[in-house]
Design a protein around this ligand. Structure first.
Ligand code: HEM
Length: 207
């Protein structure tokens, strides 16, 4: 039996981005939900403060996004986000089957993590969707809502601000769902806290 192997998966810049991003997005989700008129009655902070916090967290997430984007361009971490056409659907389906059934029946993971494979196929797609589609859309639509004069007046019969706000909230909702699944998946492993330690100290243990 070989002892656990350690891989340095999360360099400092990635951990800095992830920390600011996670904190920022948590604040965005909480303040974003409190801004909805339906939960107005339960506000602890004043509406103005909630908006201020939302704007500050939005700027933090935007700035840290540049760390992620540039980091993935100039360091080897970017290669983990490249999708190969071979098995484009088959591979994530195998992984989903493992999560839904195999995992509970003692099956081995179909795509075990190694130095060459940091993410399983489903994880890779989820990270690409959230980091290269959802977060950029939320950032761009968020800044548009911060400066509404740059938004076009009318989209068909709807106001441009209304359509932008719908896009912004829908993507925010998608990121919220991603986060719940992300936390659950990250807790699967030898011990539920192992992956959370890795994203703080940089080292991933392969068993
Ligand atoms: C409380 C909040 C969060 C916690 C505790 C958390 C936890 C983790 C953990 C444990 C990992 C390493 C294991 C893995 O890859 O699954 C990770 C990686 C990652 N997380 Fe999170 N996360 C949080 C929020 C977020 C948010 C809000 C996003 C995106 C919007 C995000 C995106 C990612 C990405 C893309 C990676 C992989 C980074 C890489 O290795 O290139 N996380 N997170």
């Amino acid at each position: 039996m070989t002892s656990a192997q350690k891989i340095y998966f999360y360099p400092v810049w990635l951990r800095i981005w992830h920390g600011f991003n996670a904190l920022g997005i948590l604040v965005l989700i909480i303040t974003g939900i409190s801004m909805q008129s339906s939960v107005e009655a339960s506000q602890i902070l004043s509406f103005n403060w909630i908006i201020n916090l939302h704007n500050i967290a939005g700027i933090v997430v935007t700035l840290s996004y540049f760390i992620f984007f540039v980091g993935n361009l100039v360091t080897p971490n970017g290669k983990f986000y490249i999708v190969k056409p071979k098995g484009f659907l088959k591979r994530p389906i195998q992984q989903a089957t493992y999560y839904a059934w195999g995992m509970f029946h003692g099956a081995k993971p179909p795509y075990p993590i190694s130095e060459k494979r940091k993410f399983n196929p489903l994880q890779k797609y989820a990270y690409i969707a959230v980091m290269y589609i959802a977060v950029p859309v939320v950032i761009v639509s968020g800044f548009a809502l911060l400066f509404p004069e740059i938004i076009i007046d009318q989209i068909y019969t709807f106001s441009g601000v209304f359509v932008t706000a719908i896009f912004h909230s829908a993507m925010g909702f998608f990121i919220s769902v991603f986060l719940i699944v992300h936390l659950y998946i990250a807790s699967i492993g030898k011990s539920p806290i192992e992956n959370f330690k890795s994203i703080i100290n940089g080292w991933h243990h392969v068993h």
